[in-house]
Write a protein that binds this ligand. Structure first.
Ligand code: GLC
Ligand code: CA
Length: 550
C-alpha cells in the first residue's frame, strides 16, 4: 500500500486552546472547522487533534470516560462528522489521539470494577491487595507520587500517570478486543489514523517487584517502558486494526532504543512512525547559542537521522503539547527574532521523516512568563510541585523548571488576532492568554508577506512541491560541511536530484563554500556570494536544488 503519510505535513491541534466557537472560553470542534481554510492556506494536509473524547479533563482529555463520544466541551459527534466532511473538501486528513494505556477512573469499566472485585471489568485493570496494607511496590508514577492508589476496600490499583488515569490490563484478551473494536469504529468513520499515546507503557513487569531506587523509596517508571512481551500486543493491535485500513499511525514511544526501533517504525513496523525525541530540547544547556551547545544538538540530530534513514521512519517536530515553545527551547533570549525562528523551521522541515507543526509555532508563539503555580493548569506540574513540598524541597525551583520547560507553555490559547483574548474566545479563556498577542498573532501575520507565518507557507509548499517531494520523502540523508561550527547543513539526494539545506545557526555571519544549483528558499532577501563562497548572515537559512526537474 502506498505510504501516503511520507508526504504528509501534520498540524497538531490542542483543541482546548485552538479556537472557541461558542464563547464558553474553551476551544471546540466547530472552532477547528472554522479555521480549516487557515490551515489549508498554511499548506498542511493532515491534522492531529489531541483527545476530544468524553473526559473529566484531569489531564485535558488523556483520561477518557467514553471512547465513542465527543466530550460536550468540544461539541458533539455530529460536529466531528462535519469537521471530517469539511476537512475532506480541503484534502485535509484527520488523525485522532489514541489513548489506550489507561482510561479515566470515571469510565464505566473502572466504576464497575471498583464496585465489584469479581466482575468482568475488574479484569480490565491491575488490582492488588497486600498483607501489610502497604503499597505493592516502590514504583513512581510519571506525574509524581506512587503508581498505586488505594480504593476504600483496600485494593490498590495501578496508574502510570495520575490516580485518575488507571492503567488498562492488556494481558486480558476481552479488554484488547474492546479496544480493537473501538479503533475500527473510528477508522470506519473516516479518520485517517491516530497519534498513539504513551504506547510503550502497555506491557508491565508482572512480577511488580520493587526496584533499586536512587532517592530511597521510589523508582521512575521511565525504566519500565518497552518491556519484553510488548511485541505480542503490538503485533496483534496492528493486525486487528491498522492493517485493515491504509491509515497513518504516529506513536509516542518513550524507551524505544536502537534495538527495537525497526519493530516499531521499520518497513513493516507496528506503526507508520514514531516521534523522534532524540533532539527535542537543549535541556541542560546553559547558553543555547554557545557554539558547543549547538554542535552537540546538531550531532544528536545527525546521529538520529542517519539511524532512521537506515531503519525506518519518524515524525520530526520542534514542539508539541508537552513541550515548551521552540523559540524558548532552542534560542537564547537575545537571539529570538524572525530570522532565527524561520531558521528553525528550515532546519527540521526537510529532514528524513514526516514534519509536524504544533499550533502557534507557525506564528512564533512563545512561552508565557508564569508568576505562580496557580496560573498553571498542568496536572504534571502540580503533582511535582506538591511532591517537592512534601519532600521539603524548594518549590520555587519546581516553578522555575516548569516555567521554562513546562507543558502549559504550549497550551495557552492560540493567538488569532490583535483583539481581546487574542481572538480566541469572546468569553473568559480557560487558560491565561499570553500578553504578547498584540505583537504575535495570526491575523497581522497573514497580511504581512515578511512574517513568520508567510515564511512557513513557503516552507510547507516546498516540502510538498511535486518537483522535490520524492527527494524529501526518500532521499538519502547526508551531513554537509559537518565540521563548520554552528552550521547545520545536510543534503537529501535521490536519483539525479540533490537538495541542500544550509542553516547558519550562529549569532554572527559565517562563510561557507558556495553550493551548486539554484537557491529555492531563503529566509533573507538576498544571499551574499564572493570568491566561491557564500557569506551567510546570522541565522540565515537557504535551500539549494541541484537539478530542478522541469
Ligand atoms: C502522553 C501525552 C501527555 C499525557 C500522557 C498521559 O505523554 O502526550 O500529554 O499527559 O501521555 O496520557
Ligand atoms: Ca467552546
Amino acid at each position: 500500500m502506498a505510504k501516503w503519510w511520507k508526504n504528509a505535513i501534520v498540524y497538531q491541534i490542542y483543541p482546548k486552546s485552538f479556537k472557541d466557537s461558542n464563547g464558553d472560553g474553551i476551544g471546540d470542534l466547530a472552532g477547528i472547522t472554522e479555521k480549516l481554510d487557515y490551515l489549508h492556506e498554511l499548506g498542511i494536509n493532515v491534522i492531529w487533534i489531541n483527545p476530544i473524547y468524553c473526559s473529566p479533563m484531569e489531564d485535558n482529555g488523556y483520561d477518557i470516560s467514553d471512547y465513542y463520544k465527543v466530550d460536550p466541551l468540544f461539541g458533539s459527534n455530529e460536529d466531528m462528522d462535519r469537521l471530517l466532511e469539511e476537512a475532506g473538501k480541503r484534502d485535509i486528513k484527520v488523525l485522532l489521539d489514541l489513548v489506550v494505556n489507561h482510561c479515566s477512573d470515571e469510565h464505566p469499566w473502572f466504576q464497575k470494577a471498583k464496585a465489584d472485585p469479581n466482575c468482568e471489568e475488574a479484569g480490565y485493570f491491575y488490582f492488588k491487595t497486600t498483607d501489610d496494607g502497604q503499597r505493592p511496590n516502590n514504583w513512581r508514577s510519571n506525574f509524581g507520587g506512587s503508581v498505586w492508589s488505594q480504593l476504600p476496600d483496600q485494593r490498590w490499583y495501578f496508574h502510570t500517570f495520575s490516580p485518575k488515569q488507571p492503567d488498562l490490563n492488556w494481558e486480558n484478551p476481552k479488554l484488547r478486543k474492546k479496544i480493537y473494536e473501538m479503533i475500527n469504529w473510528w477508522l470506519d468513520k473516516g479518520i485517517a489514523g491516530f497519534r498513539v499515546d504513551a504506547i510503550t507503557f502497555i506491557k508491565k513487569d508482572l512480577t511488580f517487584a520493587s526496584r533499586k531506587a536512587e532517592d530511597g523509596y521510589l523508582y521512575p517508571i521511565e525504566n519500565l517502558t518497552d518491556y519484553p512481551g510488548i511485541e505480542v500486543f503490538l503485533s496483534e493491535l496492528k493486525e486487528k486494526t491498522f492493517d485493515r485500513h491504509n491509515c497513518m499511525t504516529a506513536a509516542e514511544a518513550p524507551g524505544v532504543g536502537k534495538e527495537t526501533f525497526r519493530s516499531y517504525a521499520g518497513e513493516n513496523g507496528f506503526f507508520s512512525m514514531i516521534f523522534d525525541f532524540n533532539w527535542e530540547s537543549m535541556e541542560g544547556e546553559a547558553d543555547k547559542s554557545a557554539i558547543d551547545a549547538v554542535e552537540r544538538w546538531k550531532n544528536r540530530i545527525f546521529q538520529s537521522q542517519k539511524f532512521t534513514y537506515q531503519n525506518g521512519w519518524s515524525g520530526v517536530f520542534l514542539e508539541n503539547h508537552d513541550q515548551s515553545r521552540c523559540v524558548n527551547k532552542f534560542l537564547e533570549e537575545d537571539c529570538r527574532n524572525y530570522f532565527s525562528t524561520t531558521a528553525l523551521a528550515v532546519l527540521y522541515f526537510y529532514l528524513y521523516g514526516t514534519p509536524f507543526i504544533y499550533q502557534g509555532q507557525e506564528i512564533g508563539m512563545t512561552n508565557l512568563a508564569w508568576k505562580t503555580i496557580d496560573e498553571m493548569d498542568d496536572v504534571r506540574a502540580k503533582g511535582m510541585y506538591q511532591e517537592a513540598i512534601e519532600k521539603g524541597e524548594d518549590p520555587s525551583k519546581v516553578l522555575k523548571y516548569f516555567g521554562e520547560l513546562g507543558r502549559d507553555n504550549a497550551r495557552t490559547p492560540m493567538q488569532w488576532e490583535n483583539s481581546e483574548n487574542a481572538g480566541f474566545t469572546t468569553g473568559t479563556p480557560w487558560m491565561k492568554v499570553n500578553e504578547n498577542y498584540p505583537a504575535i498573532n495570526a491575523a497581522d501575520q497573514e497580511q504581512d508577506p515578511s512574517s513568520i507565518l508567510s515564511f512557513y507557507k513557503k516552507v510547507t509548499r516546498l516540502r510538498r512541491d511535486p518537483k522535490y517531494q520524492d527527494t524529501f520523502a526518500e532521499g538519502n540523508f547526508s551531513p554537509l560541511y559537518e565540521d563548520v561550527p554552528a552550521l547545520i547543513a545536510y543534503t537529501r539526494a535521490k536519483d539525479l536530484q540533490t537538495v541542500s539545506v544550509i542553516v547558519n545557526f550562529k549569532k554572527q555571519s559565517q562563510a561557507v563554500p558556495l553550493t551548486s544549483g539554484t537557491c529555492i528558499l531563503n529566509n533573507y532577501g538576498s544571499l551574499t556570494e564572493k570568491d566561491g563562497q557564500m557569506l551567510l548572515a546570522p541565522y540565515q537559512a537557504v535551500v539549494f536544488a541541484s537539478v530542478p526537474l522541469d
